[in-house]
Design a protein around this ligand. Structure first.
Ligand SMILES: O=C(O)CCC(=O)C(=O)O
Length: 216
């Protein structure tokens, strides 16, 4: 598989870095080559469906488990996926956004929405991260285009400066309490469709709780 695009350099503009620090997230359009992303996506889908351990029907699951099928650290299962996850381009973007010279992977996580599955409740990733540092970032890489009606990842712009909700695991409670608090504080929801190749990055320490719409 051609890796050239994934391993090319990527220097962000000062405006991009500034907008990430102001908003707590950034969507970078066409960061990855769409054909290559689709090819890696086929391998990620194959492994996710083979390795996920979910056996319950949607109606028997918790809100968290209705949100997606998930498998962690696929990079350990496949050299192909490892090349994708360790892409120089993704690492360079993450480093520039955080203002550091190099980065390490904490984990990858494949999240697959099922037909009629649940929403991803509002949450802050920081709840799940055992880091002393706030230099952490999630790259959200859709493996297909995500129009609004499918439920793309959305963010409360600028809410990384608010501390509310960082003690809440993903649940009905986080959805209800974080959404209410964000609305009461006047944070705008930023939602936008993704094309194949678009990637968003959201912060981990000083981080915006993100929401996702119900899948249809
Ligand atoms: O894709 C999703 O539904 C949720 C993703 C997410 O929570 C994250 O990237 O932090």
């Amino acid at each position: 598989m051609n890796q050239a695009h994934f391993d090319s350099d990527c220097v962000l503009s000062a405006d991009s870095v500034e907008s990430y620090r102001r908003d707590g997230f950034i969507r970078i359009r066409s960061l990855l080559d769409s054909i290559e992303t689709q090819q890696y996506g086929a391998e990620i889908t194959r492994l996710t469906l083979a390795l996920n351990t979910q056996t319950k029907s949607l109606s028997e699951r918790t809100t968290y488990d209705r949100a997606f099928l998930q498998v962690m650290n696929l990079w350990r299962e496949s050299e192909v996926v490892k090349r994708f996850i360790f892409s120089r381009k993704l690492a360079m973007v993450a480093a520039q956004l955080m203002g550091v010279s190099r980065v390490r992977i904490y984990h990858d996580q494949s999240l697959y929405k099922e037909p009629s599955g649940g929403i991803t409740p509002a949450h802050a990733d920081q709840y799940y991260w055992p880091f002393a540092s706030d230099k952490a970032v999630t790259a959200w890489i859709p493996l297909r285009s995500v129009p609004l009606e499918m439920g793309s990842l959305a963010f409360y712009r600028g809410s990384h400066h608010a501390s509310f909700g960082r003690d809440l695991p993903i649940s009905d409670e986080s959805e209800q309490k974080i959404s209410a608090a964000m609305e009461a504080s006047g944070f705008d929801i930023d939602e936008s469709p993704y094309e194949l190749g678009d990637v968003s990055f959201h912060g981990g320490g000083d981080v915006p709780p993100e929401i996702s719409h119900r899948t249809v």
